[in-house]
Design a protein around this ligand. Structure first.
Ligand code: SF4
Length: 261
């Protein structure tokens, strides 16, 4: 096992500010992170079993989110610096769409990117919620790379793995994703007490991909087993086989992100 995997802490501490990184990302290279959420506690409408920030403290949007003006000042300072970056990425301590001013912040950050870092793509790692609001959906169309989570396509596995806030249904998420264009789906496959990588679950997930028609799919697994959550990781070979089978079945390009050696 590579040293960096053995030494991973779980859960990791929350990001301490609006700007973090640039982080080295398997998928995005040098990624400058933007966190729109509080730094003292995690706000997410999911409570994924595998979340590396640990348990969700609040499942609703919070008045403790940093104000837009301060966020934009920090983003502009980071973009004016000479730090090398491949991507600007909305991610952070939960799900960014819970910030009450998410659509306006996205528009302003993209304007700042055009002013200071023209050509650097802006991405978001989203849990695919909030899309029922037209202004949020419109904001997603501004991203160069919207990466949308879909770990399961049945309500049972969705509830057990992502543990969403009440009333969030995966069927509604899939319907909204179907109306979006140019998106990437990201899926984390696990084994153990919750299984989403084979049989009925895999077939339903592939059916959802056929409906959504994403540009591409990114699949990955845990960096290591999460014994305390009853989850185990898949091997590189299993991920490869899922990627090949999914491509053959759906025609959607699939990239497996493997363990870094
Ligand atoms: S959606 Fe992301 S931030 Fe929220 S609980 Fe899941 S992994 Fe954590």
């Amino acid at each position: 096992m590579p040293k960096e995997v053995k030494d991973l802490q779980y859960p990791i501490p929350l990001q301490k500010g609006v700007i973090y990184g640039p982080m080295s990302s398997k998928r995005l290279g040098k990624s400058l992170g933007i966190n729109l959420l509080p730094t003292d506690f995690k706000v997410c409408n999911f409570d994924c079993l595998y979340c590396f920030y640990g348990r969700t403290d609040y499942k609703y949007s919070s008045e403790h989110c940093p104000p837009m003006e301060g966020i934009l000042k920090e983003v502009e300072a980071a973009l004016r610096s000479d730090t090398y970056i491949d991507y600007i990425t909305f991610s952070g301590n939960g799900t960014a769409t819970l910030h009450p001013e998410f659509p306006a912040i996205v528009r302003e950050v993209i304007a700042l990117r055009d002013k200071h870092r023209l050509g650097i793509p802006v991405a978001i790692l989203s849990n695919s919620t909030g899309l029922e609001k037209p202004e949020v959906l419109e904001a997603f169309s501004l991203f160069d790379m919207p990466i949308m989570k879909l770990d399961a396509a049945t309500d049972t596995v969705f509830k057990n793995l992502n543990r969403p806030r009440q009333r969030i249904k995966v069927s509604d998420i899939i319907e909204k994703l179907e109306g979006m264009r140019g998106i990437t789906i990201q899926t984390l496959f696990v084994d153990g007490e919750v299984v989403n990588y084979k049989g009925f679950e895999l077939e339903r997930w592939m059916e959802a991909l056929v409906r959504i028609k994403p540009e591409s799919v990114q699949i990955y697994t845990l960096d290591r087993d999460l014994v305390q959550m009853g989850l185990t990781r898949l091997t590189d070979d299993m991920l490869h086989r899922i990627a090949d089978y999914t491509f053959k079945t759906t025609g959607v390009p699939v990239k497996a992100f493997l363990e870094q050696k």
